[in-house]
Design a protein around this ligand. Structure first.
Ligand SMILES: Cc1cc2nc3c(=O)[nH]c(=O)nc-3n(C[C@H](O)[C@H](O)[C@H](O)COP(=O)(O)OP(=O)(O)OC[C@H]3O[C@@H](n4cnc5c(N)ncnc54)[C@H](O)[C@@H]3O)c2cc1C
Length: 481
């Protein structure tokens, strides 16, 4: 067996691949550009605040558990994942509020308040998305190639997964009130795609957050990469931080990583760095006309005291969602009236801030940098003020007077910090023609021994699915794929 494996990137994809392969007995070296692990799931630690910079929702916990099971470890020895009682609170521009709970009966009571009779629609919606979930879940552990299109066993999926429908159209079949339709489609934005364009099968994310619960990682989301790093190290993986790979090339049966001055040869390389960056910058290949996900503008606040009125997860919808989405995905301008999200992890986990203080993390979806017509910096004060005003409406306080720490993160920072092409926060877009067979495969067609894991490869973005991509890679390397 070829023993030496290089992993490029210590994001969740690279860390979980490293853990699996080290467990399987390979000699694993992880090379990461940043001084620490986590990639897009990074941590901002300042003045006693521990602010997660990226993911905030733990969904589909079975995919997390699978990584630990694979390595013969107990997830509970590494992570303390706790289900939230209130999954999230939605604030509509007309003043309506909707709480989505872990208990579906309580959620249905909320829905009935807005659209009488909608509890029945909710049950039917969940039944349909559960069926889609059952069909899709096993596919998330497989690497497809265009050749699979010729496999008749897969053809029934076209109808089963209703590939001609988008998540918005699916929700419209079950809910009449636009506010409820919005409530059951916004999850498409978790993978950076418009609900008016995301194929209906991505409603599995809505199913997951309704039925499988929304969890929080106690101690913060950064515990997740730390746990994977610890597990990989336990099996002998070695980590090299501050080590940016500048080029990759095949070398007989192996792959060479080029660091500029130094080189490292491995029998296999698993690249977790953004796929478009890898193809364009590391392999010097011409990039096809890919569509990229949206980007986000982030504001992180550490507050001097707690505020009332917000839940752990809070969504604020634009007064005109179709226009908001068109601005981000079609017109590529900074939204006039954006939807946004506020994460207040200190509601569940006060340990993340000094005693009596709060964290507010604000995420505003904006267009990526591929042909963007606007400069975020020209709009950031307006966007910030809009959030300050909404927080004042909801919490009755001027957040400006409470700020102890403030940091911002722009689309350009995704390029500079993580090498993510066009600052597309969630990687390649999850459009129909960039999903499954059409999404980049987890192994290179030209260089033997070169594999890919991460958000822009199969099966796609989001922590659980990225973890599944590392399973695909481990299976391919072990000759089981
Ligand atoms: C703001 C935000 C909110 C999100 N919310 C959620 C959520 O709530 N729930 C959820 O499940 N998912 C969420 N996601 C998505 C999730 O974070 C990503 O899908 C996931 O972290 C991507 O992991 P990855 O391993 O593919 O890539 P990355 O995290 O980007 O890891 C790749 C690593 O490679 C390194 N690298 C790049 N180029 C090189 C090079 N040349 N040499 C060496 N190293 C290199 C990078 O520094 C990085 O550490 C969110 C993402 C963001 C940014």
């Amino acid at each position: 067996m070829s023993k030496r494996i290089a992993v490029v990137g210590a994001g969740v994809g690279g860390l979980s691949a490293a853990a699996r392969l080290a467990h399987d007995g390979y000699e694993v070296d992880v090379w990461e550009k940043l001084p620490q692990c986590g990639g897009r799931a990074s941590l901002l630690a300042e003045k006693g605040f521990r602010i997660d910079m990226g993911p905030s929702f733990v969904l589909m916990p079975g995919f997390y558990k699978e990584v630990f099971d694979y390595c013969g470890e107990e997830m509970a020895d590494y992570l303390d994942l706790r289900a939230l009682e209130t999954h999230y609170r939605i604030f509509y521009p007309d003043g309506t509020r909707l709480n989505v709970y872990g208990d579906p009966e309580r959620t249905k009571a909320e829905l009935e308040r807005i659209e009488p009779g909608s509890a029945r629609g909710y049950d039917a919606f969940i039944a349909e998305t559960a069926r889609i979930y059952r069909d899709v879940e096993p596919l998330l552990y497989k690497c497809f190639t265009l050749k699979d299109l010729a496999n008749p066993a897969l053809w029934p999926l076209v109808t089963k997964l209703r590939v001609w429908e988008n998540v918005w159209q699916l929700a419209c079949r079950y809910f009449q009130d636009e506010r409820l339709r919005y409530a059951f489609v916004f999850e498409a934005m978790f993978i950076g795609v418009s609900p008016f364009q995301a194929p209906a099968f991505y409603s599995i994310i809505t199913y997951a957050d309704q039925v499988q619960k929304v969890l929080h990682s106690m101690g913060g989301m950064y515990q997740i990469p730390l746990a994977l790093e610890r597990m990989a190290a336990k099996f002998g993986a070695k980590f090299h931080y501050g080590a940016e790979v500048k080029g990759l090339r095949g070398d007989g049966d192996g792959v060479v990583l080029d660091f500029g001055k130094d080189q490292f040869r491995a029998d296999r390389a698993v690249v977790n760095a953004d796929y478009a960056h890898t193809q364009g910058d590391l392999l010097q290949r011409r990039l096809p006309h890919w569509k990229h996900s949206c980007s986000v503008f982030l504001i992180y606040w550490g507050l001097k005291r707690k505020v009332e009125g917000l839940e752990h997860h809070n969504l604020f919808f634009s007064g005109d969602l179709p226009r908001n989405m068109a601005e981000i995905f079609d017109r590529k301008v900074i939204p006039a009236d954006p939807s946004f999200y506020i994460h207040v992890p200190t509601v569940t986990d006060p340990s993340l801030a000094p005693e009596g203080k709060d964290i507010l993390y604000v995420l505003i979806p904006v267009s990526n940098l591929d042909g963007s017509a606007d400069d975020i910096h020209a709009h950031e004060q307006r966007l910030r003020q809009l959030v300050v005003d909404k927080v004042k409406q909801v919490c009755g306080v001027d957040v400006n007077e409470l700020i102890e720490v403030e940091r911002t993160f722009y689309p350009q920072d995704f390029v500079g910090r993580y090498n993510v092409k066009y600052g597309a926060t969630f990687g390649l877009a999850h459009s129909l023609l960039q999903s499954a067979f059409f999404r980049p495969a987890n192994l290179d067609a030209r260089i033997k021994g070169l594999y890919y894991t991460g958000a822009s490869t199969q099966p796609g973005g989001g922590l659980p699915v990225v973890m599944a991509s590392s399973r695909i890679v481990a299976d391919l390397i072990n000759g089981k794929g």
